[in-house]
Design a protein around this ligand. Structure first.
Ligand code: 5GP
Ligand code: MN
Length: 343
């Protein structure tokens, strides 16, 4: 979708960026491809424009994203508290990318909220909180990177070089499941084509993001699929759960759990899939669905989360077994919806 940028917020943003600014770029906890792709695309773009940008994340992120230009300059807050806090206190602009609730900043939430810098939201999640002065929230866009592409083109097309393009392409390709999900529009493919035209080698991005698994990650995926997949055909639901012990057995790294939930949803006739993975003191849950069945509502109502219609996440402080039981207890009330969803 092409976002409508004929809005006062765009005028204000371009006025602010007309002179060099100290800029912080931040994104959600445990950043994914769209989060890091948009952050580093904007970072590289602003650097070329003579600004002083710094990307600050609340946590580390998957190794398959480390190849992007600017990665070595990313400031991971818990490892660089002083540097991050100093930079935030001096910032004139703070970009909040790919999230729509301050809590998604995890440990960064307070220091960012305290800042008096002008905050700019660029995001595509449903039902955003109102915590930024300038808002570019376009919920029909497939990725934050798709929105950012249109913003950057309108700001200064000549500053979108190959490196900026690779970061944008990464966010689009990861958030659309390689142009598979229903969020992929003709406009999305046109953006991808434009990015290729400026030099992005799409096959190389795909290789780096999807085809550089560690042996352990591949074995972990195999274990999840052969030993842990539960299918409830009468409800059209499939789920997978893993304990911390199981994850450490495969020496899991950040990002090794990504995408596993899609395999559960890929079983024929499934309408909803869930993936429960135990973390220190918390159970994280990834939800996926097909057609118009909303997993965002389930994540928001029952698991303290949110996201999109077909891809959402949440958390639970119950034990892993109790979390799964809670999930199974909700299913009967959804049975009619699940069975009536047309695929
Ligand atoms: P994933 O399952 O890949 O972690 O996340 C799927 C989608 O849901 C992403 O767009 C992500 O930003 C969103 N999401 C994941 N976890 C949470 C959460 O705890 N709260 C909210 N509001 N959104 C989440
Ligand atoms: Mn996204």
């Amino acid at each position: 979708m092409i976002p409508n940028l004929d809005i006062p917020d765009f005028v204000r943003l371009s006025e602010m960026l007309a002179t060099p600014k100290r800029v912080i770029i931040t994104t959600h906890h445990k950043p994914d491809g769209d989060a890091m792709g948009s952050s580093l695309a904007l970072y590289n773009f602003l650097k070329q424009g003579g600004h002083e940008p710094l990307v600050i994340t609340s946590s580390d992120y998957p190794e398959f994203l480390h190849w992007m230009t600017g990665n070595n300059e990313v400031c991971i807050y818990p490892r660089n508290v002083q540097k991050a806090e100093e930079a935030i206190s001096k910032a004139e602009l703070i970009f909040c990318l790919d999230f729509n609730q301050p809590q998604r900043l995890d440990k960064l939430v307070e220091v960012i909220s305290r800042s008096t810098a002008v905050k700019v939201l660029i995001d595509h999640h449903l039902e955003p909180d109102n915590f930024c002065e300038l808002n570019f929230s376009f919920q029909k866009s497939c990725a934050t990177c798709e929105i950012l592409y249109h913003i950057l083109i309108k700001l200064n097309k000549s500053q979108i070089n190959k490196q900026v393009g690779e970061c944008l392409y990464t966010g689009i390709v990861t958030d659309t499941g390689s142009f598979r999900f229903s969020s992929t529009s003709p406009d999305t493919l046109r953006v991808a084509a434009e990015l290729m035209a400026i030099g992005v080698e799409s096959h190389k991005v795909h290789d780096r993001v999807f085809d550089e698994f560690s042996a352990n990650r591949t074995r972990f995926l195999g274990y999840c699929l052969s030993n842990k997949l539960v299918i409830l055909p009468e409800l059209r639901v499939a789920y997978i759960s893993v304990t911390m012990e199981e994850q450490s057995k495969f020496r899991n790294q950040t990002g090794d759990t990504e995408g596993i939930v899609n395999y559960a949803l890929a079983v024929k006739n499934m309408v909803m899939a869930a993936f429960f993975y135990e973390q220190e003191g918390i159970i994280k849950i990834s939800f996926r669905s097909k057609a118009d069945f909303s997993v965002r509502d389930i994540a928001a109502q029952h698991f303290n989360g949110g996201g999109h219609l077909n891809a959402a996440g949440g958390r639970s402080t119950l034990s892993l077994d109790d979390t799964i039981q809670k999930f199974k207890d909700i299913l009967p009330s959804l049975k009619d919806l699940l069975l009536n969803t047309e695929l």
